[in-house]
Design a protein around this ligand. Structure first.
Ligand SMILES: NC(=O)c1ccc[n+]([C@@H]2O[C@H](COP(=O)([O-])OP(=O)(O)OC[C@H]3O[C@@H](n4cnc5c(N)ncnc54)[C@H](O)[C@@H]3O)[C@@H](O)[C@H]2O)c1
Length: 350
């Protein structure tokens, strides 16, 4: 059995631990959370108790007793945990964003390259985006022309996130662009390829220094196509985190209002088709209320992918996305922030 050490037992650490538990209980992976560590000892102990795991008093003690480090700390603490795990040659799952600054992201990526690893950019595993990426890659509806991705969420220092570090630029690295829309940057790159130019505008309407809550970013592609991300942290506390993606190709509009289940809709001159993009059938083995099926499915799929890779390929295993891919997304985010600081002028992608 693969022994998983959960490092960081807050919101997403809890979600991952429950997804991992469902996978193990359903016999889909031979892996369990056996150890937890969080400087907030109550959190660590509570999560450990839930999984019959052992809470550890420090990172080093935990790393000595596990086979994989599952890093879910706030962003600024990723690097220390990654470097300690890599020093022990342990495989690592590391949450996104890799780090608050590009320099640290590069250091983390270099460390991760030495071990089996995966970064928590989960949208690549969402069935609806897989279906859309396949349609675009095959050129089924002609070339992509214009793409619009709206990503919105309530300012996540409250509600179910309750994480005051998200208003602290030193721990988060920035606001909605790096913290939430790094997912969008990665998935658009996966679907549309590498942009040639980036232009962005950011604003901090709620006044947290360095924390953008209203961001518009435009990628321009060779050939003239564009993709625009509108990323907003608002105060509509009743509204769940949501994404709407629209891709205009020459012969079709493809769109979805749900970033995991879809469906994907495709409008052509022949009418509108609903393309089912169902989650994997093994999710039916989960013993869950309907309301938790989507959130846990979203994290269970990438987790299973990484654990399967470890089981089959051992030290040669690579997850998806790997750090090199995550680093490209970070470079684009960094370029976007630089464009915004320069008044929104387009900057070429190196
Ligand atoms: N992939 C996704 O969809 C997704 C979703 C939410 C959050 N995240 C990312 O996950 C990370 C955590 O976010 P969250 O919402 O769980 O935040 P959170 O505030 O709920 O939890 C973070 C936890 O990290 C702990 N921590 C801080 N320093 C630590 C250290 N040195 N060692 C161990 N634990 C430490 C804190 O005590 C806290 O319990 C962030 O990087 C965030 O961007 C990713």
């Amino acid at each position: 059995m693969i022994r998983i050490g959960l490092i960081g037992c807050g919101f997403i650490g809890t979600v991952h631990s429950f997804a991992l538990r469902q996978l193990a209980d359903a016999g889909l992976v031979d892996a369990r959370v056996t150890a937890t560590y969080d400087p907030d000892r109550d959190r660590s102990a509570a999560l450990a108790a839930h999984h019959d795991a052992r809470p550890y008093p420090d990172l080093d003690a935990l790393l000595g007793e596990v086979d994989v480090a599952w890093i879910c700390t706030w962003t600024a603490a990723h690097r220390e945990a990654v470097e300690a795990a890599v020093a022990r040659e342990l495989p690592v799952f590391c949450e996104k964003p890799l780090a608050p600054t590009l320099v640290e992201c590069e250091q983390i990526a270099a460390a991760l390259e030495r071990v089996p690893h995966q970064v928590g950019l989960v949208l690549r595993h969402a069935p609806v985006f897989r279906a859309l990426a396949a349609a675009v890659a095959e050129g089924r509806y002609g070339r992509p022309m214009a793409t619009i991705l709206r990503d919105d969420q309530y300012f996540p220092v409250q509600g179910m996130y309750a994480s005051e570090w998200r208003s602290d630029v030193d721990r988060a690295g920035g606001g909605t662009l790096i913290e939430h829309s790094i997912h969008d940057v990665d998935v658009l790159r996966w679907i549309l390829g590498d942009p040639a130019e980036v232009a962005a505008r950011t604003a901090s309407i709620f006044g947290h220094t360095g924390i953008d809550d209203t961001t518009t970013l435009t990628f321009s592609y060779p050939g003239g196509s564009t993709a625009t991300i509108v990323s907003v942290w608002h105060q509509i506390l009743t509204r769940g985190s949501s994404r709407r993606l629209e891709v205009f190709c020459e012969d079709a509009l493809l769109w979805t209002d749900d970033d995991y289940l879809g469906p994907l809709r495709v409008e052509t001159s022949a009418g509108t088709e609903v393309v089912d993009a169902p989650p994997p059938s093994w999710l039916e083995c989960f013993n869950l209320p309907e309301v938790l099926a989507k959130p846990l499915g979203q994290y269970a799929e990438p987790a299973k992918f990484f654990l399967d890779a470890l089981t089959h390929d051992g030290a040669a295993a690579r997850g998806s996305p790997a750090a090199t891919e995550a680093l490209v997304a970070h470079r684009l985010v960094d370029l976007a922030y630089r464009s915004a600081r320069g008044g929104g002028a387009p900057l070429p992608v190196a």
